[in-house]
Design a protein around this ligand. Structure first.
Ligand code: SF4
Length: 244
């Protein structure tokens, strides 16, 4: 652990909860997403540090595990407090703080949970049943229910979302996502590039959806390849219904 990593105490009102994910890119041949928890965006105070990612929408972002999110049933309108640590590698982590602990809910507002249905008819190619939720059963866009389990996100898959949409109309949506992306830049020397990218796990029919510009995926010694959106089609191939 680096000496400059510090433990902070935070408190604030939750203004958005989104899945936290890592993405591995290799040219336009591969874009692999892994959901690893949730990012909670809060308006409030941090004792012991000055967060970097402030915007007009939120003051700081804390990464929490799936277990922590489920236990506390974290959703928009909750007032929460806890501890967390500053980042060891800021270039690979979007959240301001992670390794959260001591999470307590101080106030809460009612929020809806999404019902999960296990689809044993339209299964994966090997017959694996698919857990689904139907967004059309809930008010949106943006969808502001409690976040579903990560398994739901993993099955739904995601499309590229314009950064301006993420910052604007989509910010409070449970389907919006700011991913920690690693680009494989040179296999021989295992060199990578890191950046953050915005995605949407929401209904294919969402009227707020905008892909934004194609995304360059550099590789050493080659002209940059460009993700024009066709990888999105592969990522969402298990969707049955554009409204789900
Ligand atoms: S485009 Fe995606 S993130 Fe934005 S409101 Fe629609 S479903 Fe939510």
């Amino acid at each position: 652990m680096k000496k400059d990593q510090v433990k902070v105490q935070w408190q604030g009102e939750v203004v958005s909860v989104q899945p936290r994910s890592t993405v591995w890119r290799y040219l336009t041949d591969n874009r692999t997403h892994r959901e690893c928890g949730y990012n909670i965006f809060l308006k409030g105070e941090v004792c012991g540090d000055q967060p970097e990612n402030r915007s007009d929408k939120y003051d700081f972002c804390v990464a929490v595990s799936e277990k922590q999110a489920q236990k506390a049933q974290i959703h928009i309108g909750d007032v929460m407090k806890g501890t967390a640590w500053t980042k060891l590698y800021p270039e690979t982590e979007f959240a301001d703080y992670y390794r959260a602990g001591g999470i307590k809910k101080l106030e809460t507002l009612p929020a809806r949970q999404m019902s999960i249905e296990i689809d044993t008819v339209s299964t994966r190619y090997d017959g694996t049943p698919i857990p689904r939720v139907n967004s059309a059963d809930y008010p949106g866009p943006p969808w502001k229910t409690e976040v579903p389990p990560l398994e739901i996100y993993a099955w739904r898959g995601e499309r590229m979302l314009s950064k301006s949409s993420w910052k604007g109309k989509c910010f409070q949506c449970i389907w919006a996502n700011m991913a920690n992306v690693t680009i494989q830049y040179d296999f021989d020397r295992n060199l990578v590039r890191n950046r953050f990218e915005t995605f949407c796990y929401g209904p294919l029919s969402c009227k707020y959806y905008k892909m934004g510009p194609a995304r360059a995926v550099p590789y050493k010694g080659r002209d940059s390849a460009s993700d024009q959106g066709w990888l999105d089609e592969i990522c969402v191939e298990y969707r049955n219904d554009p409204d789900e």
